[in-house]
Design a protein around this ligand. Structure first.
Ligand code: SF4
Length: 708
């Protein structure tokens, strides 16, 4: 190892949406293979704590499988030549087939600055809104839920609220494994204040239930009914905040009528959800009695064909009781990835334009066009992830640039994803790894910098913008993603708009756009940073947006004044009718498959797979089966099981367990063919999406099981 020098060793963990501050000890001594990693004591997300994934980050720094040079057609080439190949093909397909023949498929792993230039190039200069991202698989439903209710994609709460609440309802989240530091903070708060209640709503008994006072093991996908009933009950029980509803909201009566009709009684609701009346009554009692309530929700809510409605069912309850914009109260969606929120901020989803403006936002297209001086503004929404890959298979999208993500493992129905990529005329993949299930599909590979080398900002689940710092030098020819995008843009003839000398200039431009003709009308405003210098950017301390001009300390909690970002400033109730997942059990496909994560792996293991110690917790992929089902099918614990769905199959080891209900099975999503010669679980998942958010129902598939 070489001795390193760096101004600061502070950076941010790249794994999950908690966004913990990490300290790399630099320079590190010559007899250490990698720099020691520790939690940043000053970072407000973690105050020095790190979970097992974060603590093992150093083991992933020096991977044997780095992509070190650009490759075209399997041969190493110089960057200049690879850039020319890509820009010539983009220019040709845009000329011959129009701008929508090109698409970006990005990732919550790339940094906000990378996202910003990709979004600008596609939507302002090439002229397509085909910019989607694996964040579609993560929080797209939460975004639409917030926008419907608040007129903006605004997360109201902060992590401290989780410690200050008296009732925490965790829905569709196994935070103990997926957001471990938040879970630890919650567990510590509960220990200090034993009266604080925690309720887990999840079909499966997970590690998160260890701290729960009540676990409602609902029928898969039935969660909206609970919140529909809580809305009705809040009126019955007299806990409606009439002043808040009258002065700050619209649509209450209609939403209440729909709730009364959908979930007319506690017993019918309990029956719909498959839980006991007694258990549901406990939650209802605690809800009635506890003003300081947070509803904390994640992928179990979002990855659903009715994910947006579920989000709004939750938000409705908080609006009705005025439990929002106050200490220890609010609806709080937790993002999966470190920068799932940063992508949203720049507009890095196909249905967004830029800086939390949509194509439909009045005046937004003109505003962004003037700000960018854009020659070819996109004028309509692009294709969301699943539609995008279908358009590739149909030959409509001909060139795709995939960045920092592995759709061959993570998107549903991976057989379709393969057909889509095979049909494309050019697949460009930017990655720091040479061999993933997706890099093998690429015509052009761009070697990217990885964590500890890349430089920029990310935004965590509490709207906190933190720096990921480039502390170590890039190996080989690896370059930052923003640099590669700007080089392609310049090669396409867009010289002046992409001639950034340094990354802080991109951040400053992003900040300036967020404040451009804003005047408090839009939620996302970080105008304070519009003139940021390189030195200030390098020294940036974590801060929660909005950070408008004159408010450098940022914003801890949103909606404290009861003003929302709808045109009339009032929040909206949304009437919802609870529904079950689209695929239903049948004789042919009798088992319901739920998917999720294990404690020590991340995504498709392209990073955590390099850390040997992380394999100890769960060494192999598995499927959890209820003992009675296992017995009936003569499946023994640890024996191989074949899971089949209409879309594919997977071979997994049986883990016989009462954590899943009869007729249900659970399998983690991480393992891959390329990486571990293991079955890809997403093979089994249908491409069913929420009609409003386009988020796939990845938590749900119908399968058949057989002993092998
Ligand atoms: Fe990293 Fe998330 Fe663990 Fe924090 S909780 S150390 S961000 S994986």
């Amino acid at each position: 190892a070489t001795m390193m020098t760096a101004t600061s060793g502070k950076t941010t963990c790249p794994y999950c949406g908690v966004g913990c501050g990490v300290n790399l000890t630099l320079p590190y001594s010559a007899n250490e293979a990698v720099p020691p990693v520790s939690g940043d004591l000053e970072h407000p997300a973690n105050f020095g704590r790190l979970c097992v994934k974060g603590s093992s980050l150093a083991q992933t720094i020096q991977s044997d499988d780095r992509l070190l040079t650009p490759m075209v057609g399997g041969h190493p080439v110089a960057w200049e030549s690879a850039i020319k190949t890509v820009s010539a093909k983009i220019a040709q397909v845009v000329k011959d087939h129009g701008p929508d023949a090109f698409a970006f498929y990005l990732s919550g792993q790339i940094l906000t600055e990378d996202y910003y230039v990709a979004n600008k190039l596609a939507k302002g200069f090439i002229g397509t809104a085909n910019v989607d991202t694996n964040s579609r698989l993560c929080m797209a439903s939460a975004v639409v839920g917030y926008k419907r209710a608040f007129g903006s994609d605004t997360v109201p709460c902060n992590y401290e609220d989780l410690e200050l609440c008296d009732l925490l309802i965790m829905v569709g989240s196994n935070a103990a494994w997926t957001h471990p530091i938040l879970y630890q903070r919650i567990a510590a708060a509960k220990k200090q204040r034993p009266n604080m209640k925690v309720v887990v709503i999840d079909p499966r008994e997970t590690a998160t239930c260890d701290i729960s006072d009540l676990h409602l093991a609902i029928k898969p996908g039935s969660d909206a009914a609970i919140f529909s009933f809580l809305l009705s009950d809040s009126v019955q029980a007299g806990i409606l905040d009439q002043g808040f509803v009258t002065n700050h909201t619209n649509g209450f009566k209609a939403a209440l009528a729909q709730a009364n009709e959908s979930t007319p009684s506690l017993s019918l609701t309990a029956d719909f959800c498959g839980v006991s009346e007694q258990d549901l009554a406990s939650l209802v009692d605690w809800w009635r009695d506890t003003a300081k309530t947070i509803t904390f929700y994640s992928q179990g809510v979002n990855q659903s064909s009715s994910g947006v409605d579920k989000c709004n069912a939750i938000i409705n309850c908080h609006l009705a009781t005025g439990r929002i914009g106050k200490e220890g109260a609010g609806p709080f969606s937790i993002t999966g990835q470190p920068n799932a929120m940063g992508g949203r901020e720049v507009g890095g989803l196909a249905n967004q334009l830029a800086a939390h403006m949509d194509f439909a936002t009045p005046g937004a297209q003109d505003l962004v066009q003037r700000f960018w001086q854009a020659p070819n503004m996109a004028t309509k929404d692009g294709l969301k992830a699943v539609d995008l890959f279908q358009a590739m298979e149909e030959g409509k999208v001909k060139v795709v640039w995939i960045m920092s993500t592995n759709p061959m493992v993570s998107l549903p129905d991976t057989a379709q994803v393969r057909r889509a990529l095979e049909k494309c005329e050019l697949v460009i993949v930017s990655d720091c790894k040479a061999h993933t299930d997706t890099t093998v599909m690429a015509d052009v590979l761009f070697p990217a910098t990885g964590w500890s080398e890349k430089d920029g900002t990310v935004t965590n689940s509490e709207r906190r913008i933190s720096r990921q710092r480039g502390l170590l030098p890039a190996p080989g020819e690896a370059k930052h993603d923003w640099w590669a995008i700007c080089e392609v843009a310049k090669s396409l003839g867009f010289q002046s708009a992409f001639s950034y000398q340094s990354i802080h200039e991109i951040f400053a431009e992003h900040a300036a756009l967020s404040a451009f003709e804003n005047n408090g009308r839009r939620d996302f405003d970080i105008g304070h940073f519009s003139q940021i210098s390189k030195a200030e950017y390098d020294a940036l301390i974590p801060v929660q947006w909005p950070v408008p001009e004159g408010r450098p300390e940022g914003t801890k909690r949103m909606f404290e004044d009861g003003r929302f970002f709808t045109p009339d400033g009032r929040a909206r109730f949304i009437g919802i009718t609870p529904s079950f997942p689209k695929s239903r059990a049948s004789q042919e496909w009798p088992f319901t498959l739920n998917t999720g994560r294990v404690r020590d792996q991340w995504h498709t293991m392209t990073r955590t797979g390099d850390a040997a110690s992380l394999a100890k917790h769960t060494a192999q992929p598995y499927v959890e089966i209820h003992p009675k089902d296992a017995k009936r099918l003569a499946i023994k614990d640890k024996a191989l099981v074949r899971l089949t769905s209409p879309y594919g199959e997977a071979l997994l080891k049986a883990k016989v367990s009462r954590a899943v209900a009869l007729g249900n099975v659970f399998a983690p999503i991480h393992w891959t063919q390329q990486f571990a010669n293991a079955s890809v679980v997403s093979n089994l998942i249908p491409q069913v999406v929420d009609p409003l958010s386009g988020q796939p129902e990845s938590k749900h598939a119908q399968v058949r099981l057989e002993a092998v």
